[in-house]
Design a protein around this ligand. Structure first.
Ligand code: PAF
Length: 285
């Protein structure tokens, strides 16, 4: 069932809770692809009732980012969700979420502000305020849906770590489940932003997974020096790639390391064809 209003969702959830059903939430910005469907599948295996939120959250986009052109495919999303047995697709308007005529800024809205250490690194460095926007909307969704479980993809590894931190610091009664990255056969990590890539761009984008796989295989061969591992990336880069960052950090705390170990994660952000793409890999698994 497709619902647009917060009160409608709350009323269905209230009935479910009375019946003792467990509720799973899959927060999305729509443009659903196989990566999202894997979260929905995991949610179905774990919970009695599933809510998918489908909301392109304006407050997590910077002024020069792609909010206006972000793909919006609600009809197709609802069809996919219906096929996969999702109980509610919650697709609110920005007014519904943030109030009629409200200015979307922290001058007038309460924002959740995750810790500086977690946001002042990786994607947070170039996306000022992004994780405040993500945490704010995710906490609102948690309060509306009151899920027992919420499902997020490892693709946005920094996002999951920050959401887990918020849940722990603010005692939010939800269990966060992280699901593995889904890739095309070529190795390209699925992302709604892949829709922006030309055929040529898609080929050039393979450099992200190639760099990460190569770092992992070097690590497995015994190279642990983080600088040496990062150096291995350069042979893959051409003038078509504008690398924003490549880091190897602790997979739970995002702490920098000079030596990689089995708790390390390598993360990359790179512009290809003008499209900002991210990817990551655990070195120890
Ligand atoms: O990962 C996303 O699609 C978004 O950041 C999320 C978690 C749905 C919040 O808008």
């Amino acid at each position: 069932m497709l619902l647009h209003r917060i009160e409608e969702v709350k009323s269905v959830i209230k009935d479910w809770k009375k019946e003792g059903f467990t509720v799973g939430l899959v927060p999305t910005m729509g443009a659903l692809h196989a990566g999202h469907m894997s979260l929905i599948k995991k949610a179905k295996e774990t919970c009695d009732k599933i809510v998918v939120s489908d909301f392109v959250n304006p407050i997590q986009f910077g002024p020069s980012e792609d909010f206006d052109k972000y793909p919006r495919t609600l009809d197709a999303d609802v069809e996919l969700c219906n096929k996969d047995g999702v109980d509610i697709v919650f697709a609110p308007s920005a007014n519904e979420m943030y109030g009629e005529g409200n200015k979307l800024s922290n001058d007038v809205l309460t924002y959740v502000c995750p810790p500086f250490f977690y946001v002042n690194t990786l994607c947070g460095k170039s996306r000022t305020g992004h994780f405040d926007g993500v945490c704010t909307v995710v906490l609102k969704l948690f309060n509306i849906v009151q899920p027992d479980y919420a499902f997020f993809g490892q693709k946005d590894a920094q996002q999951v770590i920050i959401i887990k931190k918020m849940v722990s610091d603010l005692n939010v009664p939800v269990q966060i489940i992280q699901c593995p990255i889904v890739r095309e056969e070529s190795g390209l990590a699925l992302s709604s932003r892949n829709k922006y890539l030309s055929e040529e761009g898609k080929k050039d984008a393979l450099v992200l997974s190639k760099i990460l796989n190569n770092i992992k295989s070097c690590y497995q061969k015994g190279i642990t020096d983080v600088s040496a591992l990062k150096e291995t990336a350069y042979k893959f880069l051409t003038d078509k790639h504008d690398m924003e960052y490549l880091e190897i950090v602790d997979k739970n705390t995002l702490e920098d390391k000079s030596e990689a170990d089995n708790n390390s994660i390598a993360l990359i952000a790179c512009r290809v064809d003008g499209v900002r793409l991210i990817d990551n890999i655990y070195l120890g698994e």
